[in-house]
Design a protein around this ligand. Structure first.
Ligand SMILES: [Fe+2]
Ligand SMILES: [Fe+2]
Length: 294
């Protein structure tokens, strides 16, 4: 018992260090920060974005590979960065550069199974995009931004898993043994969870509010103080990914669905089933996206 207390105290100390020393958390490469600015500026052109991407050979090749991958299904072959930018669109480029940066920044030793983590993230992203597409005409949201929010929603887990692998591994084992969601085990042991930790990084990276709300609110819709449809979307998409078996381990307990979520989104049972059915058919494509960003 006293050993367990020592373990909890040590884990809380470690997490306090992460929170207090934001400077020690990774920064986004300057080229990525500039690209996000270009994507957000209303008067930017494809050439502006291409000029930045071309400064980075790895990013250049990822961009062209993604434009030619079956994931986006662009019918003609794309060979220049400018045509890749035009074909994919600014918001997809933002997802690619953020996804590839996150995969590179967090490529250290982890307590989480990274293959399963990324599959869960991409299927949550695909589900988020599918939900937003389904809502066209009901709510105005950008499907590619929803995809980006899905990719990033569990970023706080990457911090915990890479910065305190021993303790986070123990937290995940406890969740597994007790059959409770990881987020509950995090709250119990650390007094904070991966969504709140993810907010620290999204603040540091000055991510757009729509992405930050999705990251911090995907397990606590009521805590946002205002309705964030994107947080609702990612909350539901995360549950869909679990329903499709894309989780951190077989049988991982999923957080319960917020009872207001589907009402806010105006998604009925039949809509939910239809989206899940289509995702089941298309989710194998997730590896195409992963092969480019990882
Ligand atoms: Fe989560
Ligand atoms: Fe998740």
């Amino acid at each position: 018992m006293s050993q367990a207390k020592t373990g909890i105290a040590k884990a809380r100390e470690q997490v306090a260090k992460i929170i207090d020393d934001v400077d020690s958390l990774p920064s986004l490469p300057s080229i990525v920060m500039k690209l996000i600015e270009v994507v957000n500026a209303p008067d930017s052109s494809a050439e502006d974005a291409a000029a930045l991407i071309q400064q980075d050979p790895a990013l250049t090749s990822k961009m062209i590979r993604l434009a030619n991958s079956a994931f986006y299904g662009i019918p003609r072959s794309v060979s220049s960065v400018t045509s890749a930018v035009v074909a994919l669109g600014f918001n997809t480029i933002r997802t690619l550069v953020l996804g590839a940066s996150v995969a590179q920044i967090f490529d250290g030793k982890h307590s989480l199974d990274m293959d399963r983590f990324w599959k869960h993230s991409v299927v949550t992203a695909m589900a988020s995009k599918a939900i937003v597409r389904h809502l066209m005409g009901v709510r105005v949201m950008d499907p590619e931004t929803a995809f980006c929010a899905g990719i990033l929603h569990d970023i706080g887990k990457l911090i915990l898993s890479q910065y305190m692998p021993g303790d986070y591994g123990a937290i995940c084992n406890a969740a597994k043994e007790r059959g409770i969601p990881i987020v509950d085990a995090e709250n119990m042991v650390l007094g904070i969870n991966h969504a709140q930790i993810g907010k620290i990084l999204s603040d540091k990276w000055t991510l757009p509010p729509v992405l930050e709300y999705a990251i911090v609110g995907h397990h606590a819709l009521d805590s946002l103080g205002e309705t964030s449809h994107m947080a609702n979307v990612v909350h539901l998409a995360n549950i869909m990914a679990h329903d499709l078996g894309c989780n951190q381990w077989d049988g991982e307990a999923c957080v319960p669905e917020n009872p207001n979520c589907r009402t806010e989104l105006k998604i009925g049972d039949a809509d939910y089933e239809k989206i899940i059915y289509n995702l089941e058919i298309s989710m194998e494509k997730s590896h195409e996206f992963l092969a480019v960003i990882r």
